[in-house]
Design a protein around this ligand. Sequence first.
Ligand code: PBG
Length: 324
Amino acid sequence: MFPQVRLRRLRNGKIRDMVRETSLSVDDLIYPMFVDENIDLPLAMSSMPGISRSPVEMIADDAKEVADLGIPAIILFGIPSTKDEKGSSAWGENDVVQRAVREIKNELGKDMYVITDVCLCEYTNHGHCGVVDMEHEQILNDPTLPLLGRTAVSHALAGADMVAPSGMMDGMITAIRDALDKSNCSDVPIMSYAVKYSSAFYGPFREAADSGYSFGDRSSYQMDPANSDEAIREAELDILEGTDVIMVKPALPYLDVLYRIKTEFKMPTAAYNVSGEFAMLKAAARLGWLDENKVMYESLLSIKRAGADMILTYFAKDLARMLK
Ligand code: PBG
């Protein structure tokens, strides 16, 4: 007890660094990138300062810039030239993501770990993450599963190192694992967006990925922000279905969930520091209300401290430059 015990003794000089429990490194980062087959020049996102969609022809150079900063991985989102009810341009050999993966892999090979987001929402004309019964405005789970399997296989065959299903359909990991295994892709790992909340923090992303929806919202398939026991069940099922990495998304408003998930399963765990979390800090920094580098570092450090092994973040390039 005080006065014998004084915690301040270790807070000064070199020893402060030596007792530090959590560290943040560029090796922890996954940078989200958007590739758009409708454009010839980069298209800036007004609500995500510094983030642009890239044309297919430029995506390899843009990925090289990321690799040169020492960032080990990217996650790719595609914006197709045509959308339909089923999202048919999600799985073609020459569709936007498949082309982009080939471009990046040709240029960078093993120097960039390429993860692809597997979801239909950017490819459907209604903007939902699955097949829809239009008459009843319902998002149908089971008819969506083979389409996700097919999409994942097409990404893997194009050269993706890992696939990341984000559509929150029940059984999606089983469907994708089976499809990959049947197509000789049993070595391609899955990162499941296992615990994905129905969150208003995705707002800016929907502009970035052109994935707003024509009716309703995503609450019939994404989780209720009020629930955390349910997050355990979601993660457990995806682990049983064979996912290799589990993700919690968003990150900062759900650090308690992230902590529970890591503590419970001790699985490789990712957290998605989403578009709204990024936009908030950027906006406050622009107004001069917060020190951008400091709040970025503290936020990402908190996500690691809570249990993330890796962080998907739009700050990846900013952090890499800051750490250099
Ligand atoms: C699509 C998807 C979304 C995000 C990643 N994949 C949006 C959504 O589910 O509405 C959000 C990413 C972000 O906000 O940064 N399934």
